[in-house]
Write a protein of this length. Structure first.
Length: 293
């Protein structure tokens, strides 16, 4: 096997609701760009990896998220396989791990509490009576189907949502404060420099407003957005990431979610080139470190 061989691993279809094609296309585009940079890239599904006994190459670029495959990736990492994103970083996007990491690293994030879905509602979830309501999000992976993220405007709907999650076998949920403001989507590659608002050099950062909202146009600092996104990604260990933030009326930036390797749908061509350049540097650097050791 060539020293420059690498595998790309697709995200599981169940974890790409409404984004199956976009998720696949960004991985294919990245593989093509890596080929142009001298790598030999093979794309595999998570199911293929789970069933195969084939030894992996030295480099992996991955979008998969389920725990069994992440455990296998972690085993390979311990044997020296270079991975972007790493299995541990992907696992950190599960909300039960994300919350304490964001708190520890002072990421600007809404008030959130992890609670059991079994009723009665825990007393520490006091903000359930907030006049603005709260968001109820399953406590592990990101949304995979309808009912995984639900807005509860009052305590009664909160109870119904938790009961519905419990009936589906979801044991814990995150209750998250609702932050009014303009909803922003952001993408990042590498260690984002807040001074480079659209990304320069080896790093890349891009943001845009979500569609389907009544945009208020609140003024905010793009540098502060990039800094908040970078801090959030660093807290989880992510190198290729995307997420959502709110720009409040006061101009404050609040990160409300962070994902490992999103679809980059609106910026696929540019993003795939940036990601491939970043991967090529990471992979070749991994080889150089190994030679020195």
């Amino acid at each position: 096997m060539s020293a420059l061989s690498c595998w790309g691993i697709y995200r599981e279809l169940a974890h790409s609701p409404g984004r199956e094609t976009d998720d696949a296309e960004i991985l294919r585009a990245t593989a093509q760009r890596l080929e142009e940079k001298g790598f030999r890239a093979s794309l595999k599904t998570a199911e293929e990896i789970g069933e195969s006994r084939e030894e992996p190459p030295a480099f992996l670029f991955v979008m998969c998220e389920r725990l069994p495959i992440l455990a296998r990736l972690e085993h390979w990492r311990e044997r020296g396989v270079c991975q972007v994103n790493s299995a541990s970083a992907i696992r950190n996007t599960y909300r039960d791990r994300m919350l304490p990491l964001f708190e520890k690293n002072r990421v600007p994030f809404p008030a959130s509490v992890l609670v059991p879905t079994q009723l009665p509602i825990p007393s520490e979830a006091a903000f359930r009576e907030s006049p603005t309501g709260c968001w109820v999000k399953r406590g592990d992976v990101h949304a995979t189907q309808t009912g995984d993220v639900v807005f509860a405007p009052e305590p009664a709907s909160l109870g119904h949502t938790l009961a519905a999650m419990n009936a589906r076998g979801i044991e814990r949920a995150v209750l998250q404060e609702h932050i009014p403001g303009d909803l922003i989507k952001f993408y990042g590659v590498g260690e984002v420099d807040p001074r480079a608002q659209t990304g320069n050099g080896g790093d890349w950062f891009q943001w845009f407003y979500h569609r389907d909202q009544r945009l208020e146009g609140h003024a905010f600092s793009a540098r502060e957005l990039a800094a908040a996104a970078s801090r959030a990604a660093a807290a989880l260990g992510l190198e290729v990431f995307g997420g959502d933030a709110i720009a409040t009326r006061e101009g404050r930036i609040v990160v409300i979610d962070l994902n490992a390797w999103p679809s980059f749908a609106l910026y696929r061509e540019k993003a795939s080139e940036r990601i491939a350049s970043y991967l090529a540097a990471r992979f070749r650097g991994h080889v150089e470190v190994g030679v020195q050791e």
